[in-house]
Design a protein around this ligand. Structure first.
Ligand SMILES: Cc1cc2nc3c(=O)[nH]c(=O)nc-3n(C[C@H](O)[C@H](O)[C@H](O)COP(=O)(O)OP(=O)(O)OC[C@H]3O[C@@H](n4cnc5c(N)ncnc54)[C@H](O)[C@@H]3O)c2cc1C
Ligand code: FES
Length: 276
């Protein structure tokens, strides 16, 4: 059975309805698309910029009947072009693709770093409705790069069983250091029924080891080079899995099966294995 709906793989042209400047290097683009508006947290779209590239982006919100957004960190040519887009401009999209985070009912810990916070902010909207308690740790280089802090604070406002903590590498906001230090200190005294994480793979690897040590189930979102996004080309392989079709969300058990590559290797644009 296909892991995506056939019509999702048809390229659509969509108009940008709104652009939010999250900080100097991150923007959120809102667009109208009924398939993306029905996406689940963790799913992604392929964004086409004619003459430049087609790149994967997580869906950072899906709302009203037809609106959705992506949150784009500026790193290279395609993301630089996306940052130049303004209200009324058009982009091409295919998707949504991939599996999604599975919300649960118990005590959950959500850990995000950098632009990895984007799909988690969307997930948190579901978790506040399903989970018994929600603890959220956000990490970034500095306060300015702490993504969606006010969005998550408003989501948590008035809900007793929610908590948010932050870490910045320069100490400008919250704990001075990296977010995994908060995770390590917390897991030493508290237990959870699930950890959800998205961010740099080195961070995900540390969380994987902590989850293993404290025997807590884990769901993480992985990134790899993506081209077809439907499991055909093999550019996103990790071990026996294709991140676009089997993921991008992987469980602790699946990550253990690909531990030679997870956190250590990825493929370059020519399919060669390189260190990650
Ligand atoms: C499932 C998934 C979800 C993602 N979600 C987000 C998100 O929500 N926000 C965000 O800012 N970024 C996200 N990314 C990363 C984003 O796709 C890359 O930053 C982007 O492709 C870089 O393109 P560029 O031309 O600007 O930079 P380039 O100079 O081409 O590349 C910079 C780096 O980005 C990575 N990259 C480039 N092209 C691809 C590609 N086709 N597929 C995967 N990685 C690539 C490579 O590691 C490369 O070294 C996601 C990636 C994946 C796989
Ligand atoms: S991107 Fe082609 S198989 Fe995953």
């Amino acid at each position: 059975m296909l892991g995506y709906r056939i019509e999702a793989n048809v390229m659509r042209t969509t108009r940008i309805e709104k652009v939010d400047d999250e900080n100097e290097v991150v923007k959120t683009l809102h667009f109208r698309d009924h398939l993306c508006a029905n996406a689940e947290p963790g799913q992604f779209v392929m964004v086409w910029l004619p003459g430049v590239d087609e790149i994967p982006m997580s869906i950072s919100s899906a709302y009203q009947s037809r609106m959705a957004s992506i949150t784009v960190g500026r790193v290279g040519e395609a993301t630089r072009m996306l940052h130049k887009k303004t209200k009324g401009d058009f982009i091409g999209i295919r998707g949504p693709f991939g599996n999604s985070f599975r919300p649960i009912e118990g005590r959950v810990l959500v850990v995000g770093g950098g632009t990895g916070i984007a799909p988690l902010a969307f997930l948190l909207e579901r978790l506040v409705a399903s989970a018994q308690t929600v603890k959220c740790f956000l990490g970034a280089k500095n306060r300015q790069e702490l993504l969606f802090l006010s969005r998550i604070r408003s989501l948590f406002a008035g809900r007793a069983e929610t908590e948010i903590e932050t870490s910045t590498e320069d100490g400008s906001f919250g704990h001075k250091g990296v977010v995994t230090e908060l995770v390590e200190a917390t897991l030493a005294t508290q237990t959870f029924d699930m950890i959800y994480a998205c961010g740099r793979e080195s961070m995900l690897l540390e969380i994987f080891h902590l989850a293993q040590k404290y025997e807590i189930p884990l769901q993480v979102s992985l990134e790899r080079i993506m081209r077809c996004a439907i499991g055909l080309c093999g550019s996103c392989n990790i071990g026996k899995y294709r991140v676009c079709a089997d993921g991008p969300i992987f469980t602790h058990k699946q990550l253990a099966e690909v531990k030679v590559e997870f956190g250590f290797q990825k493929r370059d644009f020519d399919g060669r294995r390189i260190s990650s």
